[in-house]
Design a protein around this ligand. Structure first.
Ligand SMILES: [Fe+2]
Ligand SMILES: [Fe+2]
Length: 159
């Protein structure tokens, strides 16, 4: 059984963010396996470091997307990312200091945090970007009623 199974319901509808989330889920599974099978410390450290590095890249891309779109709730979203950074850095330090952190404790924390964050905080941002693009599309079609996109939308609505 897979520790953390990706489900369609987690998707935001923003393809590059969704892809990053699925990659993070894969890495959490990899970390879980590494910790549970008590692989060499070196292997676990590398898997954990790779995961944290990828999460940081992911946060950076979400944060710049929020800035670009003038997202009104970006401060709260950034604060959530920062809280995660603090918590995970503490866990990583404990691991680096030689403490054997239970695979379950670490992987379960990452999984729970990610699921809750995606379901609430990331989803709100996804919905905001979707609304923006819908508004932009409507404005474009109002100005260009004969554009092929207008016909496609019309046909889809009829169908
Ligand atoms: Fe986020
Ligand atoms: Fe995210």
């Amino acid at each position: 059984m897979v520790f953390f199974e990706w489900k369609e319901q987690y998707e935001l509808g923003l393809p590059h963010i969704d892809l990053q989330h699925t990659m993070i889920v894969n890495m959490i599974n990899e970390l879980y396996m590494s910790l549970e099978t008590r692989e060499e410390e070196d292997t676990t450290s590398k898997v954990l470091a790779k995961l944290l590095c990828y999460v940081e890249d992911h946060f950076t891309s979400e944060e710049s997307a929020m800035r670009e779109n003038n997202y009104p709730d970006q401060d709260a979203h950034l604060a959530a990312h920062d809280a995660f950074r603090v918590k995970v850095t503490r866990l990583h330090d404990r691991h680096r200091a030689g403490e054997r952190i239970a695979g379950y404790e670490l992987s379960e924390f990452l999984k729970d945090w990610l699921l809750e964050h995606i379901a609430q905080v990331d989803k709100d941002f996804g919905a905001f970007v979707f609304q923006l693009s819908e508004k932009a599309k409507e404005a474009f079609l109002r100005q260009n009623p004969d554009h092929p996109l207008s016909k496609n939308t019309h046909t889809r609505n009829l169908g």
